[in-house]
Ligand binder design. Structure first.
Ligand code: MTE
Length: 306
């Protein structure tokens, strides 16, 4: 075991569990992996006051209804097509306006943070939602550790590019790599986390293994998966969906029932797993996190500057 590292989080040790998350291997009856998965201890986490009391979606719902275009555009494609993806070993390059730029090994990052369970509402711009019990830590912890230099105003993120392991990247569906960004105050907000697991297990491949962003008051596309680069900049970063269609996908993209997407009304949402006849739920401003985040946008016209 590596020095200073909690063995529960070693990605090479938990590969069978990642497979276990995959419904297909479940259906194929991957017996040994299932035993390994069920016998192993959960990742140690501390609870968070930011968690919602709402009932989480099931593991199966969270891992079989995904958006992860690197593995295809269908909701089950990420679950089906991510077997060859190898999230171990992993490192994250941190550069730009920071005191200590460099390539950071994920194992070392994880050895130095306290992992929390954060049960968050998650709202996609396609008007579906879930409740997910993430395992993660505040992005601010990492940014403070590498030292944000004066002059930094934004944080840019990039997903890994590996067409050999990510079949969706073999076609120009998007301009790879997938890119996202936050304003620095959004990135430093305590609700913003880097998630490395869910349901007490390492992050399933289809959900963005081994490390992804989660910003619960914004539409899901801001929560970029499988991050390999974090850059601090003084200019608003170029982001994938905003570049594709500026009118449909704003840079901020805060959940806002009053600003409709040209293709999806945002006034209500369908909770995944609710069944065919489930009543739609009213969408809340900032996905219900307004008390914590509304002050970030004081004086900003969110209908125009969305
Ligand atoms: N990150 C990458 N790299 N590629 C993607 O296609 N899809 C986004 C976001 N992050 C996406 C991504 C969208 S549209 C949503 S709604 C969420 O991931 C879905 O996260 P989930 O599959 O864990 O629910």
């Amino acid at each position: 075991m590596r020095k200073g590292f909690d063995g529960n989080l070693r990605w090479s040790d938990v590969t069978p569990k990642a497979q276990w998350m995959n419904r297909r291997s479940l259906m194929l009856g991957a017996g040994a992996a299932m035993v390994a998965g069920s016998a192993a201890a959960k990742i140690p986490t501390v609870p968070s006051a930011f968690s919602t009391g709402a009932a989480p979606n099931t593991l199966e719902e969270i891992t079989s209804y995904n958006n992860f275009y690197e593995f295809g555009t269908g909701k089950e494609d990420p679950m089906r097509n991510s077997q060859a993806f190898e999230p171990d070993p992993w490192s994250v390059k941190i550069d730009g306006l920071v005191d200590k730029p460099g390539s950071y090994d994920l194992v070392d990052i994880l050895g130095r943070v306290t992992l929390e369970e954060r049960i968050y509402r998650f709202r996609c711009v396609e008007a579906w939602s879930m409740v997910v019990p993430w395992v993660g830590f505040e992005l601010a912890t990492l940014l403070n550790r590498v030292g944000v230099r004066p002059g930094a105003k934004f944080v840019a993120f990039e997903t890994v590019v590996r067409p050999e392991q990510m079949p969706g990247q073999r076609s120009p569906l998007l301009d790879w790599p997938y890119r996202e960004g936050l304003r620095l105050d959004e990135a430093m907000h305590p609700l913003t986390i880097l998630a490395t697991g869910l349901y007490g297990e390492p992050m399933p491949k289809q959900n963005g293994a081994p490390i992804r962003l989660v910003v619960p008051w914004k539409y899901g596309f801001k929560s970029i998966k499988s991050i390999v680069r974090i850059s601090l900049t003084d200019t608003m970063p170029v982001t994938t969906w905003n570049t594709m269609n500026r009118r449909e996908y704003g840079f901020y993209s805060n959940v806002n029932p009053e600003v409709d997407h040209p293709r999806w009304s945002q006034t209500s949402e369908r909770r995944v797993g609710g069944g065919l006849f489930a009543k739609r739920v009213d969408t809340q401003m900032f996905n219900g996190y307004g008390e914590q985040v509304a002050h970030l946008y004081a004086g900003q016209d969110l209908a125009k500057d969305y």
